[in-house]
Design a protein around this ligand. Structure first.
Ligand SMILES: NC(=O)c1ccc[n+]([C@@H]2O[C@H](COP(=O)([O-])OP(=O)(O)OC[C@H]3O[C@@H](n4cnc5c(N)ncnc54)[C@H](OP(=O)(O)O)[C@@H]3O)[C@@H](O)[C@H]2O)c1
Length: 280
């Protein structure tokens, strides 16, 4: 283990997507263990506001606000190199930034799809590839990947998003295995629905709401993620109802799931817009 809440704050912690939702909650909850906390997202005003609050609550904490468009691999790589220069590396890398896209794949906005893959898949790849060697050299480090329940199961209506999260899930598991014995741990969290700005960005063409009892708050989701990290868990699914639904999907054979999802796919096609969503 690299850290625990009882240790003096000594870590350099990087949280991507800290301007909102789960990332902002993770930044708040990880701040007590950080010597330096790096906040990354595009909306600098939000990051500065959070940084101000955290500096007030944790005197001595260095909060480093780094606005960056993670859809740009060059900018992402430059960010990682700048952090090595500024802080000597990162001890806890939280790959949280991400977005979804809901609707039929063939009419998706192509620019949005490509940007989503850059943020959800390419940015964690670039950051981890550039920051991991330092962790291995120091013999300690943690990578916390926020995947999704859709990294473990799938449904019709968000195919490309689910593909990005399946990438994160398989990559996290394989990387964790590769790193055994190095002192570096990889933990992934696969949440079900969480109340954040996610749906606003992903779109909700049917207008169908998630039952409130299924939805977690961002703080509860972050709490479960930090607990999983501290326990050295490989994978956590926060929330009972999400765990139940996702577990049912995981243990069901594909020959059972395919006809069920085929039926859901027909329903989705009947309900979801079939006009192109934007340019492409
Ligand atoms: N909410 C859910 O139901 C749910 C469920 C499962 C998994 N997740 C995962 O949880 C993670 C966090 O999402 P959330 O629910 O907290 O959603 P959110 O409130 O929309 O937050 C998304 C964060 O990602 C950042 N981001 C998006 N595009 C970016 C870009 N191009 N460059 C830099 N940062 C970017 C956003 O910052 P800026 O817009 O300021 O750049 C924001 O801070 C995502 O990976 C998501 O897939 C969410």
């Amino acid at each position: 283990m690299v850290s625990s809440p009882s240790q003096p704050p000594s870590l350099v912690v990087l949280v991507t997507g800290a301007s909102s939702g789960i990332g902002a909650a993770l930044a708040r909850q990880l701040a007590p263990r950080a010597r330096a906390l790096v906040l990354v997202a595009r909306r600098e005003d939000r990051l500065q506001e959070l940084a101000g609050a955290l500096r007030g609550q944790h005197p001595g904490l260095e909060v480093d606000v780094r606005p960056c468009d993670l859809a740009d691999p060059q900018a992402t790589a430059a960010l990682a190199r700048a952090l090595v220069e500024a802080h000597g590396g990162v001890d806890l890398l939280v790959n949280n930034a991400g977005l979804g896209d809901i609707g039929l794949f063939e009419v998706a906005d192509l620019d949005k799809l490509v940007g989503m893959i850059q943020v959800n898949v390419v940015a964690p790849t670039v950051l981890t590839r550039l920051l991991l060697p330092g962790m291995i050299a120091r013999g300690r480090g943690q990578v916390l990947n926020i995947s999704s329940g859709f990294g473990l199961v799938w449904m019709p209506g968000a195919a490309a998003y689910e593909g990005t999260k399946h990438h994160i899930t398989a990559w996290s598991e394989a990387l964790r295995s590769e790193l055994v014995g190095t002192g570096v741990q990889v933990c992934q969290v696969c949440p079900g629905p969480v109340r954040t700005e996610f749906e606003e960005v992903a779109g909700n063409p049917t207008g169908q709401a998630v039952p409130p009892f299924v939805e977690l708050s961002a703080e509860d989701c972050a709490r479960a993620a930090v607990a999983a990290l501290d326990r050295g868990q490989a994978l956590a699914v926060p929330g009972f109802w999400a765990w139940l639904g996702i577990s049912a999907g995981r243990i069901s054979p594909r020959w059972v799931l395919r006809p069920v999802f085929g039926l859901l796919g027909r329903l989705a096609r009947a309900r979801l817009p079939t006009a192109p969503r934007a340019t492409g």
